[in-house]
Design a protein around this ligand. Structure first.
Ligand code: FE2
Ligand code: FE2
Length: 252
């Protein structure tokens, strides 16, 4: 890189940092109980001492700014953690196996909640996030995959994942609500779709493989109904969840 370009880039970074510090001196970002529960006891008194500052009610200057009308790809690029490689690898695995595009998209989105929103009950959160924008079969299967993964199905060549034994211990038992949900899911007409997510999920944790989102832009365009107003601003039943990802530290 030529020296003058490097210099102007570093000057721009300095200016950005100065603006950020300046803004944080004026407004205080909030931390939801959910984010700090466990790290601290939620019953402990909250430190809401703003020291003369106002509370942040919009964009957090510490984060990359989202476009005014954010698309799904903007959330992938600006709000999701590197765990999204798991989604991309999973989608590639499904595509190479010759799956229908619907399944490829389901794999691409199946853990969207884990990598960008909330982990606990990630399938159900993910289902609600995408439900207004995808075929009902896809969103249903995303909800169901979190349950299906705990149960083997030889018809699909699916065994209980070794990784789960490593992650949760060999004595781990799914909660009764998960067992009950599986009984229902097993009888559902879209059971196979949920099961396919689990099948392609298994092989998608390779640290040496890097898959780019560009590989799936066409699948997204054809199968994800991107709202014109942007995700979070279309008044859909999931809009508040996308806004929360956009502005995770808004006071209210
Ligand atoms: Fe999952
Ligand atoms: Fe997964």
């Amino acid at each position: 890189m030529p020296e003058d370009v490097a210099e102007s880039l570093s000057a721009r970074a300095d200016a950005l940092e100065a603006r950020m510090i300046d803004e944080l001196a004026r407004v205080m970002p909030a931390r939801s109980v959910l984010y700090i529960s466990g790290e601290s006891d939620p019953r402990a008194p909250l430190n809401h001492e703003a020291n003369g500052r106002r509370f942040l009610m919009g964009h957090d200057p510490r984060l990359a700014k989202m476009p005014d009308r954010p698309a799904l790809v903007d959330f992938f690029r600006l709000r999701m953690n590197p765990g999204q490689q798991h989604l991309l690898q999973s989608a590639r695995h499904a595509r190479l196996a010759g799956c229908d595009e619907k399944i490829v998209l389901a794999c691409l989105l199946h853990d969207i909640s884990v990598v960008g929103f909330i982990r606990c009950d990630h399938g159900y959160w993910g289902e609600q996030l995408v439900a207004p924008y995808v075929d009902e079969e896809i969103s249903w299967a995303i909800g169901a995959h979190q349950v299906v993964r705990f149960f083997p199905d030889p018809d699909f060549g699916y065994e209980y994942p070794d990784l789960y034994v490593k992650f949760f211990g060999s004595d781990f038992q799914p909660e009764p609500y998960v067992v009950r949900a599986y009984e229902q899911i097993r009888k559902h007409r879209w059971y196979g779709t949920a099961r396919l997510i689990a099948v392609h999920d298994l092989y998608a944790f390779d640290a040496d493989v890097r898959v780019e989102l560009d590989e799936f832009i066409d699948v997204i365009e054809r199968n994800f109904r991107q709202p014109e107003e942007g995700l979070g601003f279309d008044d859909s039943p999931a809009a508040h969840m996308w806004r929360t990802m956009n502005w995770p530290t808004r006071f209210l």
